[in-house]
Design a protein around this ligand. Structure first.
Ligand SMILES: NC(=O)c1ccc[n+]([C@@H]2O[C@H](COP(=O)([O-])OP(=O)(O)OC[C@H]3O[C@@H](n4cnc5c(N)ncnc54)[C@H](OP(=O)(O)O)[C@@H]3O)[C@@H](O)[C@H]2O)c1
Length: 206
């Protein structure tokens, strides 16, 4: 991991850029309408645009890239979007379906931009907290675990992209300053929450 690309130069994109530079990584970050060639040449590309705009992402350029989905459905900003609030599908699965060929990993979505910058700690620090990660691509997941660790967080694997649902907005882990052990407990407890029960019923899985 040498270079991080970032699509979206807003609050969360800038926070990740600060952490990546602090970790000694190269950063290429662009806002809307800018050329993405340098960004997509990075080892991992963070998506930090409003989720409601995911269809404006350069899908063709992202094919084959390890893509880190830090986006959340935020109805106040994104508007009512039943496609992004479907209990059978995590938002990262919806993004992955659009970004055909991209190796999508969900990460960095459940902490605020402020927390991301302020709460990063070196490995072994007793105050270090967790960032949950999920992907259907094991090698991409491992690469993003390395990135999460380098940026100052303990990666906690939630499972495949469908499990990204367990750290979307409205879940216990979303916005929590949780250690790795606490984050694992929160992910497990998801199935006993109202949203967990809705998801399980919709998926017919539990
Ligand atoms: N803010 C947080 O604390 C936080 C924390 C974790 C996750 N998130 C999630 O991260 C995402 C970004 O949030 P944010 O708060 O950083 O938003 P933001 O401050 O509004 O920034 C979004 C940026 O994305 C740019 N953009 C829009 N479409 C683009 C495209 N196709 N290519 C490149 N750039 C594009 C926007 O540029 P223009 O202004 O030119 O359109 C803007 O600079 C959201 O999904 C949010 O839910 C946010």
């Amino acid at each position: 991991m040498q270079k991080v690309g970032i699509l979206g130069a807003g609050r969360v994109g800038k926070a990740i850029a600060v952490l990546a530079r602090r970790a000694g990584l190269e950063v290429a970050m662009v806002g809307s309408g800018e050329p993405v060639d340098e960004v997509v040449a990075a080892d991992a590309v963070v998506l930090a645009v409003p989720l409601g705009k995911f269809r404006t992402l350069p899908a063709g350029h992202l094919a084959g890239c390890v893509v880190v989905d830090a986006m959340n459905y935020w109805w106040e900003l994104d508007g009512a979007r039943p496609d992004l609030d479907d209990p059978t599908t995590s938002t990262s699965q919806t993004v992955a379906a659009f970004l055909e060929g991209a190796r999508v990993v969900k990460a960095f979505n459940h902490l605020s931009g402020y927390a991301l910058e302020e709460l990063a700690r070196p490995a072994g620090d007793p105050d270090r907290i967790a960032v949950a990660v999920a992907s259907d691509d094991r090698r991409a997941l491992e690469l993003v675990e390395v990135l999460v660790d380098a940026l100052g967080y303990d990666p906690v694997v939630a499972g495949g992209l469908a499990e990204g649902m367990r750290f979307e907005p409205g879940t216990e882990l979303f916005g929590a300053d949780a250690t790795a052990a606490e984050a694992r407990d929160m992910l497990e407890r998801f199935w006993n929450t109202q949203r967990g029960r809705v998801v399980a019923r919709a998926r017919g899985s539990r």
